[in-house]
Design a protein around this ligand. Sequence first.
Ligand code: ACO
Ligand code: ZN
Length: 437
Amino acid sequence: MGSLDSPRERENGNGNVNVGCRSPGDPKLGDGGMIVVESEAMKKRRASMLPLEVGTRVMCRWRDSKYHPVKVIERRKMHSAGPNDYEYYVHYTEFNRRLDEWVKLEHLDLDSVETVVDEKVEDKVTSLKMTRHQKRKIDETHVEGHEELDAASLREHEEFTKVKNIATIELGRYEIETWYFSPFPPEYNDCVKLYFCEFCLNFMKRKEQLQRHMRKCDLKHPPGDEIYRCGTLSMFEVDGKKNKVYGQNLCYLAKLFLDHKTLYYDVDLFLFYVLCECDDRGCHMVGYFSKEKHSEESYNLACILTLPPYQRKGYGKFLIAFSYELSKKEGKVGTPERPLSDLGLLSYRGYWTRVLLDILKKHKGNISIKELSDMTAIKAEDILATLQSLELIQYRKGQHVICADPKVLDRHLKAAGRGGLEVDVSKLIWTPYKEQG
Ligand code: ACO
Ligand code: ZN
């Protein structure tokens, strides 16, 4: 499984890298004569493998100065190019795709290059030997965070989005490194940095364009209705139909940090809940979630994002809690749209665990999953899965029974981490969506 930490966190040394690392192979050399002979041979071998083929597996020096296994996803010629002057776009096979990046040849340890595998041939061979089911299972378990996409859609998705197009964005007072590909209109294909207006989310290629825009833009908060205010935190509800451009801009922006979502043009069908920190300069977006106006699958949240500078401060859990408060007001149970990303799953698991165990701790006597669901608006399946993963469920006489020893509950609660920011329901002024006209 990949690391969960974002590059910035890792740079600060907070990352919890738990992967096998090695230094580039130190050739064990004999006397002086041997060195010359061997390095000549090595030089030849290296020259023969350059430029590296897409698909090559090799060790690569990362920002922690250690070597990690990568797969070459793409290559491009550098401007001042000699025949072998390429940069390589690599995927660290032990990490999430958000850490994929362009590297120069000198980061790669050519002595570690594995024999090049033609993937198409490999695929053919594998499919001959395995049933489709077996192969699908392998493909699916192979890629983290996409367990619920089938193998064919996964491959298509990965091919189309394999190289990150925008490297950084400027948004308000932050410059943010992006994580994934986002399908900006073709005229933005040639830029690596984009400048966003933090209020209307229009994006531009150049800083001067943004400065000019900021002098004219009269928004100081997201468009739509402010439905929650508590201290400096505000939540705005934006109807995608009434604010189409804003909705699309938000989707382009969000996709830079979401690997597997494909919502860009049908924003009409969604409401966007945009969380802001407010000060005398305006309301600055911290994160958001989107919600279908009508969901047949009882989804109460489609996409959720906390912008990287604001992550790990409890905003994710706040947004999740908020989505369930809306469901309670609708008198419905809800569940997030699948698939969940690695970070999405962690945040939801943490939220579900805390909410359910808090109730179980206080509750005297028996309680059923249905009752828990009615109290929390969490879908019964999610409750069952959470309690099962905590081993709090037993199956007796054809029924699921919750077994909640107070000491065990305390241990799980401790492990579930901090509670996140509280939603003060008394500050929520909202009525469920109704089609107008
Ligand atoms: N490493 C390890 N654990 C993490 C990390 C991380 N980098 N980030 C979050 N977590 C876990 C922790 O358990 C954390 O609780 P803790 O801080 O008490 O330990 C918990 O998730 C949530 O922390 P919050 O601070 O409440 O959440 P945050 O504001 O960081 O937002 C979110 C979480 C929205 C998932 C954020 O990571 C994000 O925007 N990621 C990119 C987009 C994404 O993956 N969205 C979910 C897609 S699935 C869907 O949309 C339905
Ligand atoms: Zn603007």
